[in-house]
Design a binder for this molecule. Structure first.
Ligand code: AMP
Length: 516
């Protein structure tokens, strides 16, 4: 079964293809035809079944580029609003001009009003904030033709039932309705009875949850950039617990040292450890005594920990089956997870093979910059501030501020506090591992295919007089090598070695590119 057979239109087929969806999930197979025909649907389905696209595809199909809101999606949380709006945006990426906006509490209402006034075709929002806009008359639902309730059971659990009913009563009666919920409690059934006329019921049994909730990305990195890429990724995704897969035991140990040096709490798991040792590490990881575990494939067998939300393939797995097994360590017990894979240029082909094997496209991403990370961290703090404000009980602090700092502007005070909370941010794009390092990493265009490590050391010592004991870490690859050289020997090393010949081949030596 293909999306084409479900009568999805060309621009959307293109978008879905780009999203890496190869075939429709069970709920999509059932719901999309009904919804495209204009029928109402009540679907019993959890996250991870592909329900967003199940209603998102027909909704985008039916929405036209006209100046009023035609689609309304109610969701319980701000995270879901952002996520659902993001997925719909992708689905609509080849439909020109469609505007899809997430709307939730805690975000500046003025900004939302400005966006709404410019015209939004599909609104994805939390009930409280949507109702707020309806009351302010900054959102109009008279032209809505398609309305979806996503995670209806969660909305009711969160006490939104009155808001939901108030909103639904303002949606035109003839608008098409879809409701998704993990459970169909009596309260949900009453809601359906009152607002969803003559629906088709779809139930997706648990074992058919074929689409696991794992977002998969890859990052193109150089071998030498990997340690820093990893810390970036961890800072950016800010996971609860991470498992990092490295192909070799030596690799695991090396990485562990680097991460320790950069201030990360990590432990290792590999085949050289005794069973009792391994069990001890796993137990501590499960109890969340530390949050980053470095592991080889063999050692990680049977690792079943619910909290792992990020898996990093630091090295590309040697076997497709390993890939499946590795990423399966995340998104346990119906949770969501992210799997990130580092790929060097020459490994791209292998990655394509893995994609073919798992029948899913792995999306390419660019490494987050320090600014991206700072932005994310600032946003997290702003969110926290918003929720503290909404909680109330600030009178005591307001009094203190108005007495103690009455000469300052409140925005200045807030900015100063934010600066204090954020701490000093590094200004340069430099690896914490390398800062002030007494050695310099050099890149040599000679590798294992030409010489072994002893030969290389002998050649270096011959030409520069620098002996192997004075050198730091040496990494040899097929066509090139890295050598750590004491900073004070750098000039000698470069002037005596660069462009010298080894067995007739000119060898270039340069400072390894700074990690960006
Ligand atoms: P959902 O249940 O809507 O939260 O979707 C779970 C995840 O599965 C999301 O990351 C979707 O992008 C993805 N997904 C949805 N439908 C498909 C499909 N037909 N093929 C592959 N992935 C899908």
């Amino acid at each position: 079964m293909t999306f084409h057979e479900l009568k999805v239109s060309e621009p959307i087929l293109k978008a879905i293809d780009a999203m890496g969806f190869v075939e429709p999930s069970p709920i999509q197979r059932e719901a999309i035809p009904y919804l495209l025909q204009g029928e109402n649907v009540v679907g019993q389905a959890q996250t991870g079944t592909g329900k967003t696209a199940a209603f998102g595809i027909p909704m985008v199909e039916k929405t036209e580029n006209q100046r009023f809101t035609q689609g309304l999606i109610l969701v319980p949380t701000r995270e879901l609003a952002i996520q659902v709006a993001g997925e719909l945006q992708k689905i609509a990426s080849h439909k020109k001009g469609l505007v899809i906006l997430p709307i939730y509490g805690g975000q500046s209402i003025e900004r939302q009003i400005r966006s709404l006034s410019r015209g939004v075709h599909i609104v994805v929002g939390t009930p409280g904030r949507i109702l707020d806009h309806l009351e302010r008359r900054t959102l109009h639902l008279d032209h809505v033709i398609f309305c979806t309730l996503d995670e209806a059971d969660v909305m009711l659990d969160m006490g939104f039932i009155d808001d939901v009913r108030a909103i639904l009563s303002r949606v035109p009666e003839k608008a098409q309705k879809a409701l998704f919920s993990a459970t169909l409690s009596p309260e949900i059934k009453r809601l359906v009875q009152d607002f969803v006329e003559n629906p088709r019921f779809i139930t997706i049994p648990h074992k058919e949850l074929t689409v696991p909730n794992i977002s998969q990305f890859y990052y193109e990195v150089r071998e030498s950039e990997k340690p820093q890429a990893l810390t970036r990724i961890i800072d950016y995704y800010n996971p609860n617990q991470t498992v990092v897969f490295v192909n070799t035991k030596v690799g695991v140990e090396e990485l562990k040292e680097k991460l320790h040096a950069a201030g990360y709490e990590v432990e290792a798991l590999h085949g050289d450890m005794k069973q009792t040792q391994r069990e001890f590490v796993m137990k501590r990881f499960r109890a969340q005594h530390f949050d980053i575990l470095l592991a080889t494939d063999v050692a990680a067998r049977g690792l079943d920990i619910e909290n792992i939300d990020l898996v990093v393939n630091y090295d590309l797995p040697q076997d497709e089956e390993y890939y499946v097994h590795r990423i399966g360590r995340t998104a346990r017990a119906g949770r969501e997870g992210t799997a990130v894979t580092f790929v060097t240029l020459r490994e791209i082909k292998r990655l394509k093979e893995i994609e073919r094997y798992i029948k899913t496209r792995i999306e390419r991403r660019r490494l987050p910059t320090l600014q991206d990370i700072e932005k994310i961290q600032t946003q997290a703090i702003l969110d926290e501030i918003a929720s503290v404000i909404e909680e109330g009980g600030l009178e005591k602090y307001i009094d203190i501020l108005t007495e103690g700092l009455s000469t300052y502007d409140s925005v200045d005070i807030a900015a100063a506090l934010l600066k204090m909370v954020m701490g000093e941010q590094p200004e340069e794009e430099l690896s914490p591992v390398e800062e002030n390092s007494p050695t310099v990493r050099l890149f040599l265009t000679i590798g294992r295919e030409t010489v072994d490590i002893r030969g290389l050391l002998a050649w270096i010592s011959d030409l520069t007089g620098i002996r192997s004991q004075e050198l730091g870490r040496i990494t040899m690859r097929e066509g090139f090598s890295f050598v750590d050289v004491p900073r004070e020997k750098l000039d000698d090393f470069l002037s005596r070695l660069d462009r010298q010949k080894y067995k007739g081949k000119t060898v270039r030596v340069e400072i390894a590119r700074e990690r960006k």
